[in-house]
Design a protein around this ligand. Sequence first.
Ligand code: GLN
Length: 307
Amino acid sequence: MNYQEILEDIYKSIKPELKRGKVADYIPALARVKKEQFAMSITLLDGTNYSVGDVDKKFSIQSISKVFTFTKALNIYSKELYKRVGVEPSGNPFNSLVQLEYENGIPRNPFINAGALVVTDSLISYYKDEYRALEKILTFVRDISNNSSIDFDEEVAKSELEYGDRNLALAYLMKSFGNFENSVEKSVSTYFKQCAITMSAKELSRAGLYLANGGVDPITKKEFATLSQTKRINAVMLTCGHYDASGEFAYHVGLPAKSGVGGGILAIIPNVMSIAVWAPSLNRYGNSHAGTLALEEFTTKTGLSIF
Ligand code: GLN
């Protein structure tokens, strides 16, 4: 398969779509990101990489970080974690409050904001304080990327905290139900920092490799999750990775994947490759508009999907 040619064809056909949709403007630092940018990068299990577009340009990974914190929390708590967060699609927007009220403060899944906040809160409890938890999250992301330079953008984290009322509300609501253990301000601010991690498409596709290989990095041989945990992480990515558009994404793309409001998407083809795509302009569900189309074209052209 000529992956390079396929990626270049996708880039060409996706170009007119880059101006559609809008960037995440509820985080002021992200509102400034130029719309018409695109990168797509695939990393095969042997480390071979094929890329097109702005592949080395760093972007805010935002909710894609939820996959990495979910992995860590599963490593630590195993099925105990599910007492605090479920694995069912929410059918609601990523930052919705309503379901949380009538489901007694237990978020549907770890990829909506409420669920991710619980996961980060659980890591802070385990590591005793928020600085140590953040350091462990960063170390994990550096390890899976095999790149010690990965870091977060202070300005993006600060900017989100300034307008963080909805996430603070989610955390306070969960606290009122007894499903939040640490200071709401500290946990939410740690969550914003994890969301503000910046990576290029090339780095992100490298970071996802453990999920394409049963939890073990095929290059460094380090184990980041067990085989059964990896099955579950990918399953939740497939069913919940795109919030209330998860069904549509699975229907069109057919891969476990996680989006972020920075315009990135990480998608996994088990036993074959990890894919990262970035196009900052979002559809009405808060998922990358052109990124989704690019992935659909990729699985259609290559015939590679999990189905
Ligand atoms: N940091 C963002 C938020 O909490 C992440 C949302 C996302 O990427 N969908 O709103």
